[in-house]
Design a protein around this ligand. Structure first.
Ligand SMILES: [Zn+2]
Ligand SMILES: [Zn+2]
Length: 234
């Protein structure tokens, strides 16, 4: 059930032309899971077992708190998560196993846990649409860029749905990513040079002014400074 809480309207996402389309898909999936876990699902016993075990990362705790949903269910979830933490990690002198469990908890999150596999399945739809729909192919190739993380995910997930067209598709995608990375490099250099005394007083272009933020977003999938409000993704 949790795996099927949303179907991504891939065509709609690609009809837009602002930033990385896979980031927009990820934002949609993320918003759905935040909505799901701050709703009635939070009180379901089998979900509670998972949230006790996995916890949440700082970003997703933040999104849960800013979701506008009631805070009492969050407190109840924290109550039973803390019981788990105290029993498993703090009841006795720490040994190797305890330390491993602590580290695993630091790196786990109920929401993060679902995003990547869900996104991988949605990427299969992207690949199939690219293979079978000429109109979608145009939309895909007209995207301004794909961020480095989602380029990696595309390369990893495209082989099966694309079949013989895999190499062509990956090369189209790589060129899209590379073209944007080249432009970013020039914009970062222009930003650096704007601080040269010879350029004092000269106005910066929009591209130069936003070079740092856009490069961080390209490298991390997130706008610099983070955005803890659930994004609509579209
Ligand atoms: Zn992305
Ligand atoms: Zn998370």
């Amino acid at each position: 059930m949790k795996e099927n809480i949303c179907t991504i309207p891939v065509n709609e996402v690609f009809e837009q032309n602002d930033g990385c389309p896979i980031c927009r898909m990820r934002n949609l999936i993320e918003a759905k899971y935040v909505d799901y876990i701050t709703g009635p699902a939070m009180m379901e016993p089998d979900i509670r077992i998972e949230t006790n075990r996995l916890g949440f990362c700082e970003r997703h705790f933040g999104m849960m708190l800013t979701s506008g949903r009631a805070r009492l269910p969050i407190a109840l979830t924290l109550d039973s998560h803390l019981i788990d933490v105290r029993e498993k990690l703090l009841a006795k002198k720490p040994d190797k196993k305890t330390l491993e469990a602590m580290q695993a908890l630091e790196n786990s999150c109920f929401i993060c846990n679902y995003i990547e596999p869900h996104l991988a399945r949605s990427l299969e739809t992207v690949c199939l649409s690219y293979k079978n729909e000429p109109e979608f192919r145009k939309l895909y190739e007209a995207q301004p860029y794909i961020c480095i993380t989602h380029y990696r995910m595309i390369v990893q997930n495209a082989k099966k749905p694309l079949g013989k067209e895999y190499d062509y598709f990956v090369e189209v995608t790589r060129k899209l990513v590379k073209k944007y990375a080249d432009a970013l490099q020039n914009d970062v250099i222009a930003f650096r040079d704007a601080y040269d005394y010879q350029n004092a007083g000269k106005p910066m272009s929009q591209e130069t002014r936003t070079a740092i933020e856009r490069t961080i977003e390209f490298l991390t999938t997130r706008p610099a400074g983070g955005n803890l409000k659930p994004l609509s993704g579209t």
